[in-house]
Ligand binder design. Structure first.
Ligand SMILES: Cc1ncc(COP(=O)(O)O)c(C=O)c1O
Length: 335
């Protein structure tokens, strides 16, 4: 990893020194919340995609666990921007995590501190470049998703991801790229790290929040892009397992997976067995969006460097001395 620094509990530390005690509460009980965010190297410079929404979800994820993140949104934003600037990261994945730290090892976290870290590193296509064009083959997992009556499935909690691990690894052991996980009722929930969309007769369907899914930010982006293009989107759908087989098109959405077509489910060919036309249109819209080939949804981009007037947003509040310093170390970057 060509990155030297991680932000941990208020300071920038060497990558190798960003460690925790083995009796950290979150390590034993999965009591952490996290985010996965992408920064894109747009034609206006690197920009974090939908940072505000990710940050909001991080704080909301912490709520059911009475976890008070001891930093403000502004502090975490500044830390992230500073990290990306220090490491001169352009296109990267950003991982903020907050967890109950070292102290009591009872299940109750008591007065344990809430530790926070932010790491970032370059990361390409999650399911592979080829997957974006040709789609992936997926398996319906034998593992069911936890019900939202058992655990808050709309919180991005570290402990929940053992379910994702089980489903994903089972799929890969069986020769598939990824899994689809059904909910307790046996209807379609989502992928281990993705939401799912179905296209039938020109309309778009995606499971609703009560189907035990994470309220994906890419899901929301895709819904908006589809509606911008005049599609009818059913975003509270209940999708049965059998409906997947007869879908015209299926695709995954997620920060990591972006918009990835699904070409087969349990060896059943979906549609024409490749990337369907609606998926391709929405995928193109998504890539145009994140590359800033369009002016639409400018509010979703937080630019890492001060860039052309008109693209400044409220996250960019550099002091004059910082600007002078940045000009010095990165001549040409500041416009
Ligand atoms: C279980 C699960 N569902 C859906 C998603 C997609 O969410 P987002 O688009 O916010 O990345 C993710 C990834 O964060 C996830 O882990």
């Amino acid at each position: 990893m060509d990155v030297e620094t991680i932000w941990q509990d208020g300071s920038f530390v060497d990558w190798d020194d960003a460690t925790v005690h083995v009796l950290t509460h979150g390590l034993h009980y999965g009591t952490g919340v996290f985010e996965g965010v992408r920064c894109y190297d747009t034609q206006n410079g690197p920009a974090i995609f939908r940072w505000d929404e990710h940050l909001e979800r991080l704080y909301q994820s912490a709520q059911p666990y009475d976890m008070e993140i001891p930093y403000t949104r502004e502090e975490l934003t500044e830390a992230t921007l500073e990290l990306l600037r220090r490491e001169q990261l352009e296109s990267c994945y950003i991982r903020p995590v907050a967890f109950y730290g070292y102290g009591s090892l009872g299940v109750s976290p008591g007065d344990n501190p809430v530790d926070v870290a932010i790491a970032a590193w370059p990361w390409g296509a999650y399911l592979g470049e080829e997957a974006l064009t040709n789609g992936v083959e997926v398996m319906i997992s034998s593992w069911r998703k936890h019900a939202s009556s058992q655990i808050p499935t709309n919180a991005k909690t570290t402990g929940l991801y053992v379910n994702s691990l089980l489903a994903g690894e089972e799929a890969r052991r069986n020769g598939y790229t990824e899994a689809i996980v059904l909910n307790k009722e046996g209807n379609v929930a989502e992928g281990p790290g993705e939401n799912i969309f179905m296209i039938r007769d020109g309309e778009i369907y995606t499971p609703g929040l009560s189907e035990s899914i994470l309220d994906g930010i890419t899901r929301d982006t895709v819904i908006e892009l589809a509606q911008d293009r005049g599609y009818t989107v059913h975003d509270r759908a209940t999708i049965s397992r059998g409906e997947l087989n007869t879908a015209d098109e299926l695709f995954f959405s997620g920060t990591a997976a972006e918009v990835t077509p699904i070409r087969k489910v349990d060896n059943v060919v979906i549609g024409d067995g490749g990337r369907g036309p609606v998926t391709e249109e929405l995928q193109q819209a998504f890539f145009d969006l994140i590359n800033r080939e369009t002016d639409a949804h400018a509010e979703w981009f937080s630019y890492v460097w001060a860039v052309r007037a008109g693209y400044l947003n409220h996250h960019i509040s550099l002091s004059e001395s910082t600007v002078d310093y940045l000009r010095l170390i990165h001549p040409g970057r500041l416009k």
